[in-house]
Design a binder for this molecule. Structure first.
Ligand SMILES: [Zn+2]
Length: 173
């Protein structure tokens, strides 16, 4: 079997062994396959290596999640015989997936299990955290207190505020 056949075979292996659904992207000869939704495992394939990563997200701003994967292992796929290669890659995928799923936590309010990027603290998801905060603000308001809150979250403001002022390009409206 020549290198291009082995390359195709490796793509087929990754497509069936990564958690579903698998998304495939091609950037200048670097093939990236992301398995799972939300993502769990990333496989990057070059002309010599296959790199397996644990999917991870960092919030660069409160509105901009950026994928920052953690590398689990890399294998030179040209150097290993076929069966050894598939075994090693299969183990790396399994390990990366276990690491990712071990970071998921159950929300104590809604009971849903969330990846770390959707958690607020250890045991609350972000939507329940926003809801709980809203309920707290509402109860303070009902006690007759005046609260001034600044937020970028318009849905949140529209749900819980009695009056919304918008600051845009230095103008208050
Ligand atoms: Zn929740």
């Amino acid at each position: 079997m020549d290198a291009s056949e082995r390359y195709e075979q490796l793509i087929a292996f990754l497509s069936t062994h990564l958690p579903a659904p698998v998304e495939q992207e091609d950037h200048n000869g670097l093939l990236t396959l992301t398995g799972g939704s939300p993502g769990e495992v990333i496989a990057r394939l070059t002309h010599t290596s296959v790199i397996i990563e644990e999917y991870a997200v960092r919030w660069e701003t409160p509105f901009k999640p950026v994928v920052h994967p953690r590398r689990v292992g890399a294998v030179n796929w040209r150097r290993l015989p076929e069966s050894a290669l598939m075994t090693v890659v299969g183990h790396l995928i399994k390990g990366a997936r276990e690491m990712r799923l071990a970071r998921y936590r159950e929300c104590r309010f809604c009971g849903r299990t969330n990846p770390p990027e959707w958690q607020h603290g250890d045991d609350t998801c972000q939507s329940c955290a926003a809801h709980e905060l809203g309920e707290l603000l509402r109860s303070l308001r009902d006690q007759g207190r005046t609260l001034l809150l600044a937020t970028h979250d318009e849905d949140f403001a529209n749900t819980f505020a009695t009056r919304v002022l918008r600051l845009s390009d230095g103008h208050l409206s």
